[in-house]
Write a protein that binds this ligand. Structure first.
Ligand code: 3PY
Ligand code: MG
Length: 258
């Protein structure tokens, strides 16, 4: 579905999103009602096949941009995800210029790439093929992840790859690649993020980052990051449930002592 997401991203607007990992469309539907600018549908770590993505997109993509993190930065998952109508993709574990260049090629129609041309939901099953192939290169967002120390080392070259719309930092994988599993605030992990930030800022390349809470991503909003991803559907449910239970249990305990 057509959205101005790519344009807003390239203008480096702040775009607030959250991760949808549940394949039940209810999860995306309820989050689409909450006022986010976009949804990050996680087919890398969520249990999604293409057939699970389809009902989620059908439920919400007319009202909110849906960017799908593909299970692998390979041609087939990228092609299928774009053909069912995703507004864009996030490609995980793109550590080298060659990997990033191939992601761009899979996402862009000729002459900018070699995305396969097929009749699919994105082109209204062929009824809108001419319009879709005419606009997709301008509208599909191509986001690659810097989430390994190798990507950090290659970032100066990666930002120069034509057709990349944003770099999305994965602090958890990055920390793991640096021998600091989960220590996303360890000084050398923070330094690596800072290096990516400086290179992207100098190249005017939009940046994104994930954090489990609002607090963890707030500094990045202030730093001018565009793609802000805070929280994961199932984890937010767990936190809300635990918070509610602890409120109920503490009022019950108080009653017991009165
Ligand atoms: C990471 O932290 O590795 C991520 O990919 C966040 O989405
Ligand atoms: Mg990751």
């Amino acid at each position: 579905m057509s959205h101005d997401f790519r344009k807003r991203l390239r203008e480096r607007q702040t775009l607030l999103g959250t991760i949808v990992s549940s394949t039940d469309p209810a999860s995306a539907e309820v989050l689409a009602e909450c006022g986010f600018d976009w949804l990050f549908i996680d087919a890398e770590h969520g249990p999604y096949e293409t057939t699970d993505l389809l009902p989620v997109l059908r439920a919400v993509d007319h009202r909110i941009p849906c960017i799908v993190r593909v299970p692998a930065s390979e041609e087939i998952p990228i092609k299928k995800t774009l053909d069912i109508g995703a507004t864009g993709i996030i490609a995980p574990q793109t550590n080298t210029v060659e990997q990033v260049e191939s992601v761009v090629r899979y996402c862009r129609y000729s002459p900018n790439g070699n995305r396969g041309v097929g009749l699919s939901r994105a082109s209204t099953y062929g009824l809108g093929l001419t319009e879709y192939v005419g606009s997709a290169n301008d509208e599909v967002a191509v986001i690659v992840q810097a989430e390994h120390i190798e990507a950090v080392e290659n970032i100066e070259q990666i930002v120069k790859v034509e057709g990349v719309d944003a770099i999305f930092i994965g602090p958890y994988d990055l920390s793991a690649s640096m021998g600091k599993m989960g220590e996303v605030t360890a000084p050398d992990v923070v330094d690596a993020i800072e290096h990516v930030t400086k290179v992207c800022d100098a190249a005017k390349m939009p940046l994104g980052i994930f954090g489990v809470s609002a607090e963890s991503v707030k500094p990045y909003i202030e730093r001018g990051y565009s793609l802000i991803v805070s929280g994961v559907d199932v984890l937010m449910m767990a936190h809300a449930a635990k918070g509610m239970l602890s409120t109920l249990r503490s009022s019950n305990d108080r009653k017991g002592t009165e």
